[in-house]
Design a protein around this ligand. Structure first.
Ligand code: ATP
Ligand code: MG
Length: 577
């Protein structure tokens, strides 16, 4: 492609609307342009990257026996009503206003179950893996960070149909394998976490995460072993609160003005691990007291899961006073005027010699024995894991990181096949619901996540597999220097014949502009042809990421480029693994 004829609107300045690095660079390198909130057009360079990522996905999906479909984005609302998702997905669904009964699909479980009902009749028709790569529509309340969270985005979604649960396990493992290959080949450093399956239903799911400050998920990742988990379920091997041999008699003591655990610790010289912090929450309209050790932080998602509550919120100051007779900082599990559920963090299990509020402003109790002085209804892990705590598997320090979810695999089970009547006859002639799995990858998210991990202050650093072109041929002063033009034209032709994709900067621009654009676009190799190098009979080959330079004779360029691209492709996979 000749740059002089290409549509590559690069930007010198960082657009003020873009916070995430990937968003800034995708705009600056002319890969995308916004059309509306959360809606982006892919320009030619960006679309080339999309197509390359989709090619990798197709190859790996085909390799596990996937068959490519193309399902419509327009869906009859009826099938979404049958699974109950018109209600559970609520505002995320885009409904069509002037054609009642149609919506824009945010995912395709319903459509797959619909077609399976029509044509899968017997266990002999199973297993199947169906996939597609297609736009999805979700009315995200907060579209953010460019294409990382859009209202229209491209998903590779696949669905496994099996006759048995063992079959589902196999289909799921095949996907886990394909996903690892896809993300590796696309140059992503990723980790896998177990996740709750949310509105999807089903029993087991895993997410593929890419560490990045632009991520919207928080995860705990072990610095040594494979342990990684979403903060909402992460555990750590923090030490419990040991039970002292003797419990002293319970004692109420004045603590005027104490508002926090730190106040207590400092003013009364108490060890932090002997302080029990009490919080009051309202779960489905009822008060719940939560006890945590010292300055441990409550994880509301864990608490909500433990309680099985539909709604959960901190109590207001009025509610605190009504239920406990005190304000925050003076509440505790002993002498509660209103009976309520008390949940204590696992770390406090059966502890004694604790200090906590006395449910009277300005007073606390000491020598509390949780076995003797109050009733703990439930011990559960409800604390938030903190940076540096020991890994639950190997005790090495955990890191707490932000991460982008790039893929998600679910064992769905029979929820959708039952709702839509997708049944088959098993070997004994019994009618059974098809056992489904559902698997998604965000194509744009792969690209943005890659850029988050592979850039420097000058621009993007692509790997050959997903770069829009392989080589940026920078010809300097070619409008003045015939030898340069001839050398560059010849190289362009030779490389093209060798199947190497070249972006040929033949514009009438200064060297500075060309170098800046080349580094911003970030193609893996730059070929620099200028009056000086041509004069000395050499061409400069620059590796974009490492800035390593090679000087070779024009006849050796094709071979050198092929060798370097092969090396960089391998390195790309290695970086990722
Ligand atoms: P999130 O928690 O980020 O909203 P999700 O759990 O809703 O994601 P899935 O329904 O599992 O996502 O969709 C599969 C994949 O589609 C995700 O792993 C992600 O890569 C991609 N994806 C989901 N929502 C968006 C979006 N709004 N914009 C871009 N990609 C998305
Ligand atoms: Mg979502």
């Amino acid at each position: 492609m000749r740059y002089s004829r290409a549509f590559i609107p690069t930007l010198r300045e960082t657009p003020s609307e873009a916070q995430a690095i990937s968003h800034q660079l995708m705009l600056r390198a002319g890969l995308i342009r916004p059309l509306a909130a959360g809606v982006y057009s892919f320009l030619p360079l960006g679309w080339r990257v999309m197509q390359k990522v989709m090619r990798v996905i197709r190859e790996e999906m085909d390799a596990i026996g996937g068959q490519e479909f193309h399902f419509p984005a327009l869906n009859p609302v009826e099938i979404w009503q049958q699974t109950g998702r018109v209600d559970t997905m609520g505002d995320v669904l885009f409904h069509i206003k002037n054609r009642e009964g149609l919506l824009l699909a945010p995912t395709h479980e319903e459509v797959v179950a619909f077609h399976a009902r029509q044509h899968i009749k017997s266990y002999k028709d199973l297993p199947q893996i169906w996939y597609q790569i297609q736009p999805k529509f979700r009315n995200e309340p907060r579209p953010r960070f460019g294409v990382l969270r859009g209202r229209q985005f491209t998903m590779k979604d696949s669905y496994s149909l099996d006759a048995t649960w063992e079959g589902l396990d196999i289909s799921y493992e095949k996907h886990a394998h394909a996903y690892r290959r896809i993300f590796q080949r696309c140059g992503l450093r990723f980790f896998v976490v177990g996740a709750s399956s949310g509105a999807m239903g089903g029993s087991l799911s895993q997410e593929f995460m890419v560490e990045s400050p632009a991520g919207e998920d928080t995860c705990a990742v072990c610095s040594q072993c494979d342990y990684a988990a979403n903060a909402e379920v992460a555990r750590s091997a923090v030490d419990p609160t040991p039970r002292m041999p003797d419990s002293q008699p319970l004692e109420r003591f004045p603590t005027p003005g104490v508002r926090s655990i730190d106040d207590l610790v400092h003013r009364f010289a108490l060890p932090e691990e002997r302080c029990a912090k009490a919080l009051l929450y309202i779960a489905d309209g009822r008060p719940v007291m939560v006890l945590l050790r010292g300055n441990d932080e409550l994880n509301e998602v864990k608490l909500q899961a433990v309680l099985g509550a539909i709604s959960l919120r901190p109590a207001s100051p009025e509610e605190l006073r009504n239920y406990t007779g005190a304000s925050a900082g003076s509440i505790g599990p002993v002498d509660l005027p209103t009976p309520m559920l008390i949940v204590a963090d696992e770390r406090l299990r059966d502890a004694n010699e604790l200090v906590s509020g006395a449910n009277s402003d300005g007073y606390h109790y000491r020598h509390i024995d949780l076995q003797r002085d109050c009733r703990i209804d439930l011990y559960a892990d409800v604390r938030t894991v903190q940076m540096g705590e020991p890994c639950p598997e190997c005790k090495a320090p955990l890191r707490i990181v932000r991460a982008i979810e790039v893929g998600h695999i679910f064992k769905l089970g029979t929820k959708y096949s039952e709702a839509l009547g997708a049944m088959f006859l098993d070997e004994h002639g019994r009618e059974c619901p098809i056992i489904m799995g559902s698997y998604g990858i965000g194509v744009e998210r792969i690209i943005a996540a890659f850029i988050e991990q592979n850039h420097d202050e000058r621009g993007i650093c692509w790997i050959p597999t997903i770069a829009p072109f392989h080589v940026h041929l920078v010809a300097l002063a070619l409008e003045r220097d015939e030898a340069v033009r001839q050398t560059a034209d010849t190289l362009y032709e030779q490389l093209g014949q060798a199947g190497i994709e070249v972006l040929y900067d033949d514009r009438n621009e200064s060297a500075g502009v060309k170098f800046n654009d080349a580094d911003l676009l970030g193609l893996p190799l730059q070929l620099i042809v200028g009056p000086r190098t041509v004069g000395s009979g050499l061409v400069e080959v620059k590796e974009r990421r490492s800035d390593r330079r090679h000087y070779v004779a024009p006849e050796q360029v094709v071979e050198t480029v092929q060798r370097l691209l092969a090396q960089l492709s391998e390195a790309g996979c290695e970086i990722a693994s």
